[in-house]
Design a protein around this ligand. Structure first.
Ligand code: EPU
Length: 419
């Protein structure tokens, strides 16, 4: 499917555009619906054009967002508390309309997740920022934000996205240093350039943005979700399956293919015939008995924190000791306690999870705590002896499109139980 995190960034960035934009291939996941609700509340018109499915394929979600009549510059707490990515509208609203009020996101299950880099960057562009009643109240100077030279203290994805959008309509040139390099940052810059922005350097450590007066609209294809692709590749390998992952290629896996190779998860680019059209897909399979491995999460192109929980399953199956070090979020090991209820042997010391592998997982009733933790529990259930039950799967629905259908089509037996 299309990438959730690219989709969220693109939908929020569309707020910069005075003409309608069309996003092709957005995943049908809850976070997209939450972002849609927020945009509608700001006054956007959002439509889904089913007639275009013939042109772009049956899996496409084609959304047209018309932000020409935004009439509210406030992102209410009700939206932000449901989804932190709501804060992505701060930069676009502020730079286009000169002011914005966005509820401060609190922490979430995986960590405190402050937004201080966003605010410092906007202040460097001459914005006045106050925190009032739990809201970020931001004002641009008369005549708009000013270009600035700003170095992010850490390569934050959301801060890069917010500051890049703010700079697009600012006066003069902005240089953002030590920025995030994820594929969704590149997609967002490509999208904005297609709408008339002047951004260069996305995908490297420094992004340069020459401000323009106005953005139009465009049609843009959302890139594939490399976290979803990785999750299914792990699913194939741990069940000794052999699965064809479509709508992706080897580049999709570039930030973790080396780790997969060491552990024994095979990836191979193959060609297949899609109704007479020659297309590329990636075959995922188990290359050999899993090998223990020490893994450190890092900013892109380091090993993604969003695959850390899922990667624990092959390491639990590998004979020997592995250490996973989580370097981005201080509380992203919530899944370990649940995995231990399924028989895994894991000790957590600060940012390190020490896995004594070689244990056979057994079924249990377990509890999801966040999106990727839920994915890990689902993977564990696929290999556990017996029938497992995962509670609070609504976390999973935030980021995995049609997960039951996709896995059941490959022979898994998943059933959604409504209680
Ligand atoms: N940070 C700060 N101050 C800031 C911003 C970030 O201290 O102002 C810190 C964070 O606390 C964290 C680190 O910087 O320790 C990196 O956070 P980042 O800002 O990059 O994360 P994010 O933008 O909030 C996005 C994804 C996450 C993904 C991270 C890291 C979206 C909507 N979310 O979050 O995705 O884990 O980047 O790659 O793009 C997920 O999909 O499950 C998910 C959590």
């Amino acid at each position: 499917s299309g990438s959730k995190n690219a989709g969220l960034a693109l939908m929020a960035a569309s707020v910069l555009c005075s003409k309608p934009t069309t996003l092709i291939g957005l995943p049908n996941v809850k976070d997209m619906f939450s972002m849609t609700q927020l945009l509608l509340d700001l006054g956007a018109k959002v439509s889904f054009d089913a007639t275009q499915i013939e042109k772009y394929g049956p899996d496409c979600s084609l959304m047209t967002i018309d932000n020409s009549n935004i009439n509210k510059l406030v992102a209410e707490y009700d939206f932000v508390k449901k989804m932190r990515a709501s804060v992505f509208v701060l930069g676009p609203l502020l730079t286009r309309f000169g002011e914005a009020k966005v509820s401060l996101p609190g922490g979430c299950a995986i960590g405190v997740r402050p937004v201080d880099f966003h605010l410092r960057g906007l202040e460097a562009m001459d914005a006045k920022i106050e925190i009032t009643d739990g809201y970020i109240v931001a004002k641009a100077p008369e005549g708009g934000l000013k270009g600035a030279d700003f170095t992010l203290p850490m390569a934050s994805v959301s801060a890069t996205e917010n500051l890049m959008s703010a700079a697009v309509l600012a006066n003069g040139t902005t240089i953002l240093r030590n920025v995030a390099k994820e594929p969704h940052i590149v997609a967002m810059a490509d999208f904005l350039n297609k709408c008339g922005a002047d951004i260069s350097g996305a995908g490297t450590e420094t992004i340069t943005i020459h401000g323009v007066k106005e953005l139009g609209g465009c049609k843009f294809i959302v890139p594939e979700d490399y976290v979803e692709a990785g999750t299914y590749a792990i699913a194939a390998a741990i069940t000794d399956g052999d699965v064809l992952l479509k709508n992706c290629n080897m580049k999709t896996f570039e930030s973790y293919a080396d780790v997969f190779e060491k552990v024994g998860i095979g990836l191979e680019e193959v060609k297949y015939d899609d109704n007479g059209e020659n297309k590329v897909a990636v075959r995922a399979f188990k290359r050999h008995e899993f090998t223990p491995c020490d893994i450190q999460t890092g900013v892109y192109p380091g090993f993604p924190t969003d695959l850390q929980a899922q990667m624990m399953i092959p390491l639990i199956m590998a004979n020997g000791r592995s250490v996973i070090t989580e370097n981005l979020f201080e509380n992203r090991f919530m899944h370990t306690a649940e995995l231990m209820r399924m028989g895994a042997k894991i000790e957590v010391h600060g940012g390190d999870a020490i896995i004594s592998g070689g244990t056979k997982l057994k079924s249990a009733e377990v509890m999801s705590t966040d999106l990727r933790a839920s994915a890990a529990l689902l993977l564990a259930s696929l290999v556990a002896e017996g029938k497992s039950k995962i509670d609070r799967v609504y976390h999973l629905d935030r980021g995995y499109e049609n997960i039951e259908m996709k896995l059941n089509n490959c022979g898994a037996k998943l059933e959604r139980v409504v209680e």
